[in-house]
Design a protein around this ligand. Structure first.
Ligand SMILES: Nc1nc2c(ncn2[C@@H]2O[C@H](COP(=O)(O)OP(=O)(O)OP(=O)(O)O)[C@@H](O)[C@H]2O)c(=O)[nH]1
Ligand SMILES: [Mg+2]
Length: 306
């Protein structure tokens, strides 16, 4: 590890987990706090599948920001694994940020989330996100309604998308995390291995290009990572789907869809690793991958027994 170039006299460091219903903007907020994209985002629900840590520095504090899957009523085994990993992330953190989509307000999903949050012992902070979409007076009523249900230590109103209120929230976090040495080198922004980040980027492109249930019935793994003498990287990834009909959709007419997904992913992976990338995507039918423990290991999820 490199010698630190910064002198921090009174370091603070802590884990801050962001939890909330699917699609409320947890990953967008993690990226805004880190200042770089470390976790994938899409307009679809259930984009994030496992815990992912983004690391940010504010003054003398290092904030380890834990992105979690959205919490919802699970049906499949994969859903159950995602939801239980999200709660585990909350229970292991020093501070729990509870996000509510201000536009949606306290709907059934937010209501059941708040019921669960009441059992979390950690310091809790309310974050009303997407305030760019609604008027101020409605926000105050919403903050009040949420605080009547759960004893929040503070409330913030932000837009993770425009950045409104994000700096204030970050400063507040820096004052709240416990005193103690930093866990990571000062220039580290995530603890996710590059192979996993690269697989996630491809999965994001899949979410953006494919519709209905297909994204949920697919998973992406990086199967080969070769550094080449010319400084480029040769990457192979496998997209698993459940059925042959899905494989055809992912490939698209004359391979158009997979080509577009690959081009988007290659561009972004190259940007992140700052090296030219040759990306080879393979689509495999693996019926029942959602019940295969190996796939869960690859995703960094516990395999639920049922
Ligand atoms: N208008 C607006 N849109 C936002 C804001 N924050 C996030 N979004 C959008 O909301 C959608 C979901 O964002 P994500 O960050 O993926 O949400 P998430 O909570 O991580 O979702 P899951 O991983 O599925 O649980 C994306 O289309 C974002 O661009 C915001 O402050 N304002
Ligand atoms: Mg997410």
């Amino acid at each position: 590890m490199a010698e630190p170039t910064m002198t921090v006299e009174h370091p603070r460091c802590g884990f801050v987990a962001l939890i909330g219903a699917p699609n409320v903007g947890k990953s967008t907020l993690i990226n805004a706090l880190v200042g770089t994209k470390v976790t994938i985002v899409s307009h679809k629900v259930q984009t994030t599948r496992a815990l992912l840590r983004g690391i940010a520095i504010e003054g003398e504090a290092q904030l380890v920001l834990v992105d979690t899957p959205g919490i919802f009523a699970p049906r499949r085994r994969l859903d159950r694994a995602m939801v239980s990993t999200a709660w585990a992330g909350a229970h292991d953190a020093d501070i729990v940020g509870v996000l509510i989509d201000a536009k949606r307000g306290i709907d059934a999903e937010a209501q059941s989330l708040l019921d669960g949050v009441a059992a979390v012992l950690q310091r809790k902070v309310l974050i009303l996100n997407k305030i760019d979409l609604i008027e101020k007076p409605a926000l105050l009523a919403l903050a009040q309604a949420a605080n009547e249900r759960v004893a929040f230590g503070a409330s913030f109103m932000i837009s993770a998308l425009t950045g409104d209120g994000v700096a204030d929230f970050k400063r507040w976090l820096a004052g709240e995390v416990p005193p103690g040495p930093w866990h990571y080198p000062e220039d580290q922004i995530t603890d996710a291995p590059l192979r996993q980040l690269a697989a996630e980027i491809t999965r994001e492109k899949l979410y953006l290009r494919l519709h209905q249930e297909l994204p949920y019935q697919s998973t992406v793994e990086t199967t080969s990572w070769q550094e080449r003498k010319d400084g480029s990287v040769r990457l192979e990834q496998t997209i698993y789907v459940e059925r042959e009909s899905q494989r055809k959709i992912v490939l698209g007419k004359g391979g158009q869809t997979i080509k577009a997904i690959g081009a988007d992913a290659r561009r972004e992976i190259a940007e992140v690793i700052e090296q030219p990338v040759h990306l080879f995507l393979f689509v495999k039918v693996r019926e029942g991958w959602g019940d295969d423990p190996e796939r869960y290991r690859e995703m960094g999820l516990e395999f639920p027994k049922e």
